[in-house]
Design a binder for this molecule. Structure first.
Ligand SMILES: Nc1nc2c(ncn2[C@@H]2O[C@H](COP(=O)(O)OP(=O)(O)OP(=O)(O)O)[C@@H](O)[C@H]2O)c(=O)[nH]1
Length: 389
């Protein structure tokens, strides 16, 4: 989900370092949450994953050692339902512990909270959004669904539709247990219920970790990142490269396409928001920086989207930094050429020969997606209809 880290921070966060995305991992009993978390730990590419789990026993300690994260990196609640066991201030204590934990002097790259199979994800999301911890940023909700049990689960627990409705990324897991045609049918039903969430299918939770956070295999994260690091995402669809390995095993990436976009010309805020608001379903990951030119000459805007979740994080332009817009878009079944043209059309002056004038109110649409404490209230809106993201 989020997120990623990339998320990097707003002006406040620059005082405390980059913000750490906190991803909520939910799904009904036995859908494969722990399996997915173990997969992430095995394929973290050197990224440091902190986890808050209900059942520590089920997490593979070996995998955590591989990922270089023993010690303070996991908090176990050990008593069933996270949302019942923990109130917001207790969660803050756990988050505080994880955000202070370091490995070789480096902070966590992402924190995953695994909800118990019966937890209401909405409650957890609200608690994360309401957290007072300045080092974290909400990184999205992943909902895991059992492909073979979807109909039965939905019959027994109609609230599954509500959970899908607030998810940012839905993983239709256990694909191996159903024939292709059945998998497609379930994917269709899930997409219909999940509104604009990204929907991917997987076996044994084997999703691409890049969907949730920026892996740290070679260099630094997006937060401080050079464009080369961002561009690394452009390799995602070259899954047949035999030299790639570890977190980038070809099969994980084969289904994804990505697009890297760079512009020296600032982006026009209104046009870019129209582009984001109408982004196609298959486009489930956007990361990078936007230069809005004179509309905000002081700040660049780190952008982070996972599924329907979209946030901008303004931060002062680093001294001497070239003013560029740099975006990476990742999705499945997306028309990268059409997306590139769409982004080209958002460049200032792209639609008119007249000299560019600053649209006084153009930034309002962007500022709706800058995180503030009002975010916690939006969770209700997510459940009831299209929220701001
Ligand atoms: N065939 C198949 N089995 C899977 C898959 N993913 C997980 N399993 C199995 O399903 C069972 C439940 O998986 P878990 O990862 O423990 O599920 P969970 O959602 O964490 O379960 P709870 O914590 O009880 O809610 C385990 O026996 C897994 O090995 C999959 O894609 N295919």
């Amino acid at each position: 989900m989020s997120g990623d880290t990339a998320l990097s921070g707003d002006a406040t966060s620059s005082k405390v370092g980059p913000q750490i995305p906190v991803v909520v991992l939910a799904g009904f009993l036995g859908s494969g949450k722990t399996t997915l978390l173990n997969h992430l730990l095995h394929h973290s590419g050197g990224s440091r994953i902190g986890a808050i789990v209900n059942d520590f026993g089920a997490i593979e300690i070996d995998a955590m050692a591989v990922a270089g994260q023993l010690g303070d990196s996991t908090v176990s609640l050990g008593n069933g339902c996270l949302c019942c066991a923990v109130d917001a201030s207790e969660l803050d204590v756990y988050l505080d512990k994880l955000t202070r934990a370091t490995q070789d002097g480096h902070a966590m790259d992402v924190i995953v909270i695994e909800a118990s199979g019966i937890a209401e994800p909405q409650e957890l999301v609200r608690m994360v959004l309401a957290s007072e911890n300045p080092r974290i940023v909400y990184g999205g909700l992943i909902e895991v669904v059992d492909a073979a049990e979807f109909d039965a689960t939905r019959e027994k627990h109609p609230e599954v539709d509500r959970h899908l409705g607030i998810a940012d990324l839905v993983v239709v897991n256990k694909s191996d247990r159903v024939p292709d045609a059945e998998r497609e049918r379930v994917l269709g039903a899930v997409r219909a219920a999940a509104e604009r969430a990204a929907v991917v299918h997987a076996s044994y939770g084997r999703i691409d970790p890049e969907l949730l956070f920026d892996c740290r295999p070679t260099r630094e994260r997006i937060g401080q990142l050079s464009f080369d690091d961002l561009y690394r995402g452009d390799d995602l669809d070259r899954g047949d490269d035999p030299h790639r390995g570890g977190a980038h095993d070809g099969h994980l990436h084969a289904a994804y396409e990505s697009l890297a976009f760079v512009s020296e010309v600032p982006m026009e805020p209104r046009a870019l928001m129209d582009f984001f608001d109408s982004r196609p379903e298959g486009l489930y990951r956007i990361k990078g920086y936007v230069d809005f030119g004179a509309a905000d000459a002081l700040n660049r805007y780190a952008v982070h989207a996972v599924g329907r979740f979209l946030r901008f994080y303004p931060e002062p332009w680093p001294t001497g930094e070239e003013r560029l817009t740099q975006l990476v878009l990742i999705g499945a079944g997306i028309d990268t050429e059409a997306l590139r043209k769409g982004l080209d059309a958002c460049r200032s002056g792209a639609t008119s020969d007249a000299p560019h004038t600053v649209d006084q109110h153009g930034m309002w649409g962007v500022l709706r997606y800058v995180q503030d404490k009002g975010d916690a209230d939006e969770v209700e809106d997510f459940a009831g209809g299209p929220g701001p993201a």
